[in-house]
Design a protein around this ligand. Structure first.
Ligand code: IPM
Ligand code: MG
Length: 363
């Protein structure tokens, strides 16, 4: 672990559009728990995404990466926006995010979908289908079709263009994500569902085989398998059947957005991306939402809850983490809602008002 003797260093990467807006609220909350629990944190800031591209022509500047390597944990807002659509694909804001995940080997992406009972009305599903939902999606984050080579867009002899990508997983990559997922399942409800497309894709035939093999190390965890199409259907039909789901990068990206909506809004979902040593990058599951940026209406709770995950998983400060999660719950009890989770009878608040309310609820 890095550290300069004066405590732990957190690198804050606000990113683009609503990124800085939600991060401002998360930082207020982090500063408050730092004082209250005497965590001895030092916060530093750096650029990533479009903001970094605009400032230095690179969505992940060498300086940001160097500081990320030295930090004890990283907190990220969101990257991207239409103003960078014309930029060379290799320098798009999203590449900054994908590169930092790959460079730091943050292969284990934890995306918990928990339904706060106060938000049952905000879910697009019937309250009884989602009430009590507590699901963890474990997404492989540094492999699969996101990173597979060869990839590109080429022109065939006929003159027609063809886009291509490679869906590839090595046994060691499958093993480490499977082991992480089994370990987490063992600490939770003891049930793991592995999601693949083994009826079509060889890469996932191997995935299934390796997950089965790792499963023998965890006799107390019940393993099941689903094809991804069926998993998507089950997720919106009967989501409470799941405890932990483990899947590859692409399927995890898609299923975690679907799972997010079960909880009312993607604005509520935090995430952790961990390396083999448990060092991590924490970010909301949602994107930079250019359509609402600058309006002060974005929901900061996913980022605030990401701070809680950071305290729990990388900084071993479970009490501080719990204090934040309890404060969020209290604020929801008070009926305060940003626009994305608003329902009738509640009080609609801005990004900053929501942040301030969480601060107040922290006491
Ligand atoms: C996510 C996002 C990213 C992804 C994008 C912004 C590259 O959708 O974190 O889920 O696809 O991984
Ligand atoms: Mg996504």
């Amino acid at each position: 672990m890095a550290g300069d003797g004066n405590g732990r260093r957190i690198l804050v990467l606000p990113g683009d559009h609503i990124g800085p807006e939600i991060m401002a609220e998360a930082e207020k909350v982090l500063a408050a728990v730092d004082r209250r629990f005497e965590l001895g944190l030092t916060l530093e800031h750096a650029l990533i995404g479009g903001a970094a591209y605009d400032a230095c022509g690179d969505p992940l500047p060498a300086e940001t990466l160097a500081r990320a390597r030295e930090a004890d944990a990283i907190l990220l807002g969101a990257v991207g926006g239409p103003e960078w659509d014309g930029v060379d694909r290799a320098l798009r804001p999203e590449k900054g995010l994908l590169r930092i995940r790959a460079e730091l080997e943050l292969f284990g992406n934890l995306r918990p979908a928990i339904l706060y009972p106060q938000l049952a009305e905000a879910s697009s599903l019937k309250a009884e289908v989602v009430a009590g939902l507590d699901l963890l999606i474990v997404r492989e984050l540094t492999g699969g079709i996101y990173f597979g080579e060869p990839r590109g867009i080429r022109t065939l002899e006929s003159g027609e263009r063809e886009g291509f990508n490679t869906y590839v997983y090595r046994e060691s990559e499958i093993e480490r994500i499977a082991r992480l997922a089994f370990r987490l399942a063992a600490q939770r409800g003891g049930r793991l569902c592995s999601v693949d497309k083994a009826n079509v894709l060889e890469a996932t035939v191997l995935w299934r085989e390796v997950v089965e093999r790792v499963g023998r190390e965890f006799p107390d965890v019940t393993l099941s398998h689903l094809y991804v199409d069926n998993a998507a259907m089950q997720l919106v039909m009967a989501p409470k059947q799941f405890d932990v789901m483990v899947t590859g990068n692409l399927f995890g990206d898609i299923l975690s957005d679907a799972a997010a909506m079960l909880t009312g809004s993607i604005g509520m979902l935090p995430s952790a991306s961990l390396d083999a040593a448990g060092r991590g990058l924490y970010e909301p599951c949602h994107g930079s939402a250019p359509d609402i940026s600058g309006k002060g209406v974005a929901n900061p709770l996913a980022t605030i809850l990401s701070v809680a995950m950071m305290l729990r998983y990388s900084l071993s400060e479970p009490e501080a983490a719990q204090a934040i999660e309890d404060a969020v719950s209290r604020v929801l009890d008070q009926g305060l809602r940003t626009a994305d989770i608003y329902s009738e009878g509640c009080k609609k608040v801005s990004t900053a008002e929501m942040g301030d309310a969480v601060l107040a609820a922290l006491g």
